[in-house]
Design a protein around this ligand. Structure first.
Ligand code: GLP
Length: 258
């Protein structure tokens, strides 16, 4: 628990850097880092980008893989997670690698996102994209560190209440509650996609280590349910209690109900 979101975000940033720097890559294995979107990780990305520019961390031996994406949004849609990652992190952290940076320049073999819309020339269906993503994670030797947020309803990635703990990456229907909460990023709720592609709880739980960041009082109930409410698929994040290496990072407000 940290006194404010700045300290909590700094803690996460330091932890990610420590893990990457401590990792010994070899020909067969790079550090696989799973990344979230949303307003919660913004400060972490800002600080990580800063440290990249200062040369305190290199992504040379890191492969990132994002948790989720809205179904039906093109990569250049303002609210696609592809666009979010480009804006909030990749373009700032990695400009030296790809300058002048443009969306199409994201080296897709290093920074992976689920495609919200079919990508030519394969034009895979959403279901096929999800299977491809699972195969990709397997071929990368699994996830070393999964950095997640938590939804107000206790979701992790877009695994909504009721999701099986065994589910892998798949197409899901979003909860009306989630669409309402996320409507703040769109013109109004009717513009929020009804479906998303998400890593499954089973996929996330297979990571070697998981860190969750929760900030703000609007997350306090979800944090309490996740940590003290017993393991229940109505609060997907409660499954994390079953993982051996999880760190839950909060600010005062998010932990106020513990
Ligand atoms: C979104 C994302 C999640 C994220 C959560 C919290 O809908 N799918 O991956 O962790 O909801 O978002 P925020 O950080 O904006 O509260």
């Amino acid at each position: 628990n940290h006194s404010n979101k700045e300290e909590a975000s700094m803690f996460i940033c330091d932890l990610i850097i420590n893990r990457i720097n401590a990792f010994k890559p070899n020909q067969n294995k790079k550090f696989v880092l799973c990344l979230p979107t949303g307003s919660t990780p913004l400060l972490v990305y800002k600080e990580l980008a800063e440290r990249c520019k200062q040369g305190k961390i290199s992504f040379e031996h890191v492969i990132t893989i994002n948790l989720d994406e809205y179904a039906g949004l093109e990569p250049d849609h303002e609210q696609s997670y592809y666009h979010f990652m480009e804006e909030s992190f990749f373009s700032k952290a990695l400009s030296e690698l790809t300058a002048p940076f443009e969306l199409v320049d994201i080296p897709l073999n290093q920074f992976h996102l689920l495609p919200g819309s079919p990508i030519p020339p394969l034009n895979e269906s959403h279901e096929d994209s999800c299977s491809t993503y699972e195969s990709l994670i397997t071929s990368l030797g699994g996830i070393n560190l999964s950095f997640c947020g938590i939804g107000e309803n206790g979701h992790i990635a877009f695994n909504e209440p009721g999701s099986s703990f065994n589910f892998r990456t798949r197409l899901v229907k979003l909860d009306e509650e989630t669409r309402k909460v996320n409507a703040r990023f769109f013109y109004d709720k009717s513009h929020v996609p009804t479906h998303a592609l998400t890593m499954g709880i089973g996929t996330i739980m297979a990571a070697q280590e998981i860190i969750v960041l929760a900030i703000d009082s609007k997350k306090s109930e979800a944090v309490r349910n996740a940590l003290e409410g017993g393991i229940n698929h109505l609060c997907p994040a409660s499954v994390l209690q079953l993982h051996e290496t999880v760190i839950f990072v909060t600010d005062e407000e998010a932990s106020q109900d513990l």
